[in-house]
Design a protein around this ligand. Structure first.
Ligand code: PD2
Ligand code: ZN
Length: 288
């Protein structure tokens, strides 16, 4: 078969490197190679070899390359392009999908009663939100995140177990790979400035954080109320904003701890009323 004897010409090598450096998903580069006649296995090997060589050129000392971090991801069953997915007897709408960054907007993931119960259960336990201190891996209060928050234990109540089981079934990801549910309340003026949710491997505190289940690979932000104004979840790399509507959710995944995933995202300032969200972060492995 002709494809099996295809070699990596300097021209092809330059093209692959240019695609990768422009932030294209490897999956899409592979598809383009297949479309121009490459055998999938041969193309994948050529792609990997080219990118490893390029990374070695750029950073000969590096022991870990971003490629090594590529990992399977949580993902709903969208092959048949459904508008509604029924999980655990609950109908979830698929309102919008984006390939790169991988973002999916779900409708009706939580019922009004579930939203009310999560807000009531968490309200007495809210404290000024902290972010991870990159140097130590501990928590710190940070001006870029002006909300109040708390964490539930995984499976802490029957309601939380039910929601976690629904999320696991929807995203095909084991419940024990999820962190405990985080609740955030933003008051008027509060925001969460753009950030990535993965732990940056260059920070000294990251190794300690990764001991508890490895990297984060996806985030699900569920809206518990509809603020009177503002509060969209924003994706500045692609100019996208998800409106915070009660019961709906924004899902996004990242196959490596790298900005090329285009998953930079933030919570825009709330301009009127309050905004409440529940965030579920999913890890590569069992979160203990
Ligand atoms: O509340 C949000 O929209 C938001 C935005 C960015 C939440 C998070 N990040 C998060 O919980 O990580
Ligand atoms: Zn975030």
């Amino acid at each position: 078969m002709a494809a099996l004897v295809q070699t990596i010409t300097p021209e092809l090598r330059r093209w692959i490197v240019a695609q990768a450096e422009a932030g294209c998903r490897l999956e899409d580069v592979l598809q383009a190679m297949k479309a121009s006649g490459w055998d999938e296995t041969v193309a994948a090997a050529a792609l990997e070899q080219t990118l490893r060589e390029r990374l070695a050129e750029l950073n000969p000392q590096a022991s870990v390359s971003p490629l090594d971090a590529a990992t399977p991801l949580p993902e709903p069953a969208l092959q048949a392009a459904p508008s509604v997915i029924v999980v655990e007897g609950h109908a979830v709408q698929v309102l919008a999908t984006l390939r790169h960054p991988r973002v999916i907007v779900f409708g009706g993931l939580l019922t009004d009663t579930e939203c009310d119960e999560l807000m009531a259960l968490s309200r007495p336990r809210l404290e000024r939100s902290k972010t991870v201190d990159n140097a130590t891996g501990g928590d710190e209060v940070n001006a870029s995140r002006t909300s109040d928050g708390m964490f539930f234990e995984r499976g802490e109540t029957a309601l939380i177990s039910r929601i976690e089981a629904r999320i696991g079934a929807l995203l095909h990801w084991p419940v024990n790979h999820g962190e405990g549910l985080q609740i955030l309340r933003y008051r008027p003026g509060a925001e969460y400035r753009p950030h990535h949710d993965y732990f940056d491997p260059v920070h000294p505190g990251t190794a300690k954080i990764l001991e508890r289940g490895g990297q984060r690979v996806a985030t699900l932000v569920m809206y518990l109320n509809t603020p009177e104004g503002g509060g969209a979840t924003t994706f500045p790399d692609v100019g996208m904003e998800v409106a915070p509507l009660r019961g709906n959710a924004a899902f996004f995944s990242y196959d490596r701890a790298h900005p090329s995933t285009r998953t930079l995202h933030g919570g825009a300032p709330v301009t009127a009323g309050e905004k409440w969200v529940a965030t579920k972060w999913l890890r590569q492995g069992v979160f203990v």
